[in-house]
Design a protein around this ligand. Structure first.
Ligand code: CUA
Length: 405
């Protein structure tokens, strides 16, 4: 056998094997998604399931076509390969109306059928239930705010309505109707286990809905490039059973309590009033001064009234509590694994005392120098600036923040 032919044979077989192995590995990796918080293939709510019901059959049909077409290509390549013997050339033909009409019409029919089911899916995702819980969502550099229309009167800042940040707490088994917008640039809201993504566009209201079948924690991530900390703009959805959700609502509606006079926390409250209240609201204590908007491009900073009821802070990239699981290593500030599992506030979620220790190391590091912990352009009014706090001020502020349950 000539050298060249042997080389081609070995090269061809090796290439084919490598491509086949990589392809199978890719498919296996995609479907082994149990521990991947952002997988789109493990729906945990009716809307994500609606999308899955479209995607799975389309993927199946595409898979059959893929195998048929590439199988035919491989077979023909092998069957009619150039041989060293005197096999004559296959007869050369031109034009075959049946084949040509067939391979034009069949894909058109398949795509038309997929289009019908796609439109049905889109219509289903746009339908809204009358008893949905209405929440207004704002994206801003680089965190999410949520305003709840608790009494269902159509306004988000009436009596009993709630404003919170980063963590969206919802009742399991009930539709949550979202109105999504942005205070600065375009972001995108995405909780893959609960629905697809929806852009947050400044000056425009986009409607979306999520629903979780079961109580649980569902992760999300901003999916529209929005500046330096786009990758650090995460969201956490905590779905609670309805009774627990009511308990959470009742606690959120309560204004902040004042710390005991003379305590470290009371000193922290005074520091907060001087240093932080320019941007951060604490209901009942430090309300927003409408005439002097905060010195931020977005005009708002997270409402901290019930900070400690959340498991995470700073765009949900750092944990407020640790360890997340027994024996889990204590995170170091800025460690990317710090919030790979969102912190669990435990009973603090309802204003009680958490069994988990507060992640003071990271909270203090954040107050010491926020832009060092999370990329930001604070000098351009984007993100929390370094206030040059003393260690004494940090101790006092952390003591105060820990009272905000
Ligand atoms: Cu916000 Cu990307």
């Amino acid at each position: 056998m000539p050298r060249r032919s042997l080389f081609l044979k070995v090269f061809g077989t090796a290439s084919f094997t490598i491509v086949a192995v990589l392809y199978v590995a890719l498919i296996v990796a995609v479907f082994r998604n149990d521990d991947k918080p952002l997988t789109t293939l493990a729906p945990k709510g009716v809307n994500a399931q609606t999308i899955q019901n479209l995607v799975a059959p389309v993927f199946g049909v595409a898979g059959v076509i893929f195998v048929a077409v590439f199988g035919a290509v491989l077979y023909i390549t092998w069957r009619f390969r150039d041989r060293d013997d005197d096999t004559p050339m296959p007869s050369q033909v031109h034009g075959n109306s049946v084949l040509e009409v067939g391979w034009t019409a069949l894909p058109a029919l398949i795509l038309a059928a997929i289009a019908v089911f796609t439109v049905i899916t889109i219509i289903k995702l746009e339908q809204r239930s009358d008893d949905a819980l209405a929440v207004r969502v704002y994206g801003q550099q680089w965190w999410w705010s949520y305003q709840y229309d608790v009494d269902g009167d159509g306004s988000y800042d009436g009596q009993g309505d709630i404003t919170t940040a980063n963590e969206l707490v919802i009742p399991a088994g009930r539709e949550v109707s979202l109105t999504i917008s942005s205070h600065d640039v375009i972001h995108s809201f995405w909780i893959p286990a609960l629905n697809g993504k929806k852009d947050a566009v400044p000056g425009m209201d986009s409607h979306w809905k999520i629903e979780a079948d079961q109580p649980g924690v569902y992760m999300g991530q901003c999916t529209e490039f929005c500046g330096l900390s786009h990758a650090n703009m995460r969201m956490v959805v905590r779905a609670l059973d309805p009774a627990q959700f009511d308990e959470w609502v009742a606690n959120q509606q309560r204004p902040a309590r004042s710390p005991e006079p003379g305590s470290l926390a009371a000193a922290g409250e005074a520091q907060f009033g001087n240093l932080c209240a320019q941007c951060h609201v604490v209901n009942g204590k430090f309300e927003k001064a409408e005439e002097t908007p905060p010195p931020l491009l977005s005009g708002v900073a997270p409402n901290l009234t019930h900070l400690m009821t959340r498991g995470t802070f700073a765009g949900s990239i750092f944990n407020l509590y640790y360890p997340q699981q027994p024996g889990a290593p204590v995170p170091t500030p800025g460690d990317p694994t710090d919030a790979s599992t969102p912190g669990d506030p435990g009973d603090a979620l309802f204003g009680g005392t958490s069994a988990y220790p507060v992640n003071r190391v990271t909270l203090e590091a954040w107050l010491r120098n926020p832009p060092a912990m999370k990329p930001a352009a604070a000098t351009q009014k984007r993100g929390m600036p370094n206030l040059g706090l003393s260690e004494q001020q940090i101790d006092e502020l952390v003591a105060y923040l820990e009272t905000l349950k």
